[in-house]
Write a protein that binds this ligand. Structure first.
Ligand code: C2E
Ligand code: CA
Ligand code: CA
Length: 527
């Protein structure tokens, strides 16, 4: 693996020239000494004896200057080499990943640029992302996570040729530049195979795998675009089930193009205010009453029709637009619902990406103030992944929201990695069981056992549990028997526009309700 090139900075350069001057001056004094000394030496002693001390003093002074110069030059030499070492270290630090000792993202981009400029474009870029790395971090701690990253770094170094360039460019993302594209696939295959085997970590073995995307180096392509191509190829592997590799190809190119176009369309749609809130009823299983609504975004597109979140939330998250989108939908929901009966709450979804913003709590409170929606009527739904990235910041945000009277629900419980034991330490006012577990209720006993465990947990923590995705009356009954306090799902009602949702409590006889509500509502019950 190649090392970075030495680059002398200002201080070292100045010291180097002082060193040169001192050395030259000393040598000049030495020459003078030899030249003059040869003639003067024999008589110098005699001169001093003959009463001409001045010449003798000058002679001795010359010797002193030589000695001083010599010492100074060697001191400067020592300082200079220490500085060079420090400078090299600083340079290495700026381009080195500290955990694995490989190059970092900055070094990779620099190397890619150099490669695109100098080489004939024969090489390829491999991008490698670990699958299930989070699990190791969560199960065995960050120390074990770092140990695993080092092991992966060593594996990559061992499996790719010495003329290749390896880097760790993000959390669990690695990259390699292979000088010949023909060797890239074999190299990636070896790394993927090596990482699919159980790895020794934290006195145990961890089972992870890796997904690799390969993109051919193209001289006309900026390094950032090349990385994007490898990234697209890598994601195609993830989608296909992980633990494999793929080349970036023409079909992906088209997908990438469509993707960029959709990102732009979403940006324009936010500007044009096309994202609107829909409202899904939240029901108390104890009383059968309506507690409020979950706000779910819909894209009312003039060209695409009514678009569901699965089509745009992920893309809005990845393209940095989710905060604008979510906040606008939230604001509109507050305005629509502020005149609704004051006991009805609204639950809004906040993406993990939004938790990167330290001002998130302030922004939500500001929106409440501006719209006149009371904080006590708001519940914020967050997922476990919101607490993964920067736990301290996420908890500060959550605390700040609670201080303002807003309640917090843990959404999609069971799908993430939060350990049950950790749950009591976190400030949640509600837990929502993910719909996959609720659907499993009807299928098998295991499903019932999971829901029963979570419900019991909620009771012991004195936290209400909402079951999501209730589609039938039978499941509703089963949940009530298990002691689940609240529910939501198509059985009670799908998400609908605000004016339709408001019929759920005003019951205007002249407006037709969506058929699903009529069909699924059990006779004789409020819901
Ligand atoms: P979620 O928070 O888990 O929301 C519940 C999803 O389950 C909704 O999908 C809802 O329509 C669906 N659902 C409700 N009842 C049933 C049922 O009985 N059966 C089935 N099969 N599904 C049911 P939707 O509206 O497509 O939303 C998907 C996800 O998009 C939401 O999942 C939420 O994570 C996200 N999302 C929606 N709106 C926003 C938003 O404004 N901001 C953010 N950040 N995320 C949003
Ligand atoms: Ca939710
Ligand atoms: Ca959910």
């Amino acid at each position: 693996m190649r090392k970075s090139v030495i680059n002398l900075g200002g201080t070292t350069g100045q010291l180097a020239s002082s060193h040169l001057i001192t050395t030259c001056a000393t040598i000049a004094a030495l020459i003078l000494f030899v030249a003059v000394g040869a003639r003067v030496l024999p008589s110098a002693i005699g001169l001093a004896e003959a009463g001409q001390p001045a010449l003798a003093v000058a002679f001795l002074l010359n010797i002193a200057i030589i000695l001083f110069g010599w010492r100074r030059a060697s001191e400067l030499r020592t300082t200079l080499s220490a500085l060079k070492v420090a400078e090299q270290e600083a340079l290495d630090n700026a381009y080195t990943d500290h955990i694995t000792g490989l190059a970092n993202r900055r070094a990779l981009l620099r190397e890619l640029e150099r490669h695109c400029r100098d080489a004939s474009g024969k090489g390829a870029l491999i991008l490698l992302d670990l699958d299930h790395f989070k699990k190791v971090n969560d199960l065995y701690g960050h120390g074990a996570g770092d140990e695993l990253l080092r092991l992966v770094g060593d594996t990559i170094s061992a499996e790719i040729s010495s003329s290749s360039f390896a880097a760790r460019i993000g959390g669990d993302e690695f990259a390699a530049i292979v000088p010949h594209a023909s060797l890239a696939e074999e190299a990636a295959q070896k790394v993927v195979a090596a990482l699919a085997r159980p790895l020794p970590v934290a006195a145990t073995t961890a089972q992870i795998s890796a997904s690799a995307g390969i993109a051919r180096i193209d001289r006309n392509l900026p390094p950032a675009d090349l990385l994007r191509r490898a990234d697209v190829a890598m994601y195609s592997v993830k989608r296909a089930g992980r633990n494999g590799l793929a080349w970036f190809d023409g079909e992906m190119e088209r997908q990438l193009h469509d993707r960029v176009a959709l990102e732009e369309e979403i940006r324009l749609a936010i500007e044009a205010d096309e994202f609107v809130p829909y409202f899904q009823p939240l029901i108390s299983l104890d009383t059968g009453e309506l507690n409020g609504f979950e706000v779910l975004a819909r894209w009312r597109s003039p060209t695409r029709g009514l678009v569901e979140p699965v089509e745009f939330i992920g893309i809005a998250e990845q393209s940095g637009q989710i905060a604008a989108l979510s906040m606008r939908v939230m604001e509109k929901a507050f305005i629509e619902a502020r005149e609704w009966p004051s006991e009805l709450k609204l639950a809004v979804n906040i993406s993990p990406i939004q938790f990167r913003d330290p001002q998130l709590a302030e922004r939500i409170v500001k929106t409440l103030t501006e719209t006149g929606f009371p904080a006590r009527r708001l519940e914020v739904e967050i997922t476990e992944s919101s607490l993964m990235e920067d736990r301290a910041q996420a908890l500060t945000i959550v605390q700040s929201l609670r201080n303002n009277g807003i309640t917090i629900a843990l959404d999609d419980f069971g799908t993430g990695y939060a350990s049950l034991s950790q749950l009591h330490a976190l400030p949640f006012d509600r837990i929502k069981i993910d719909k996959t577990f609720i659907n499993a209720l009807g299928d098998n006993e295991q499903g019932a056992a999971i829901v029963e465990t979570i419900t019991a947990l909620g009771k012991s923590l004195k936290v209400p549990i909402t079951a999501e995705g209730v589609e039938t009356g039978a499941i509703r009954e089963q949940l009530a028997a298990l002691g689940c306090s609240d529910a939501q799902g198509w059985y009670f009602g799908k998400a609908v526009a605000g004016h339709v949702a408001s019929m759920k409590f005003t019951r205007q006889p002249d407006v037709e309700e969506p058929p699903v509500d009529r069909d699924h509502r059990a006779a004789g019950k409020k819901w």
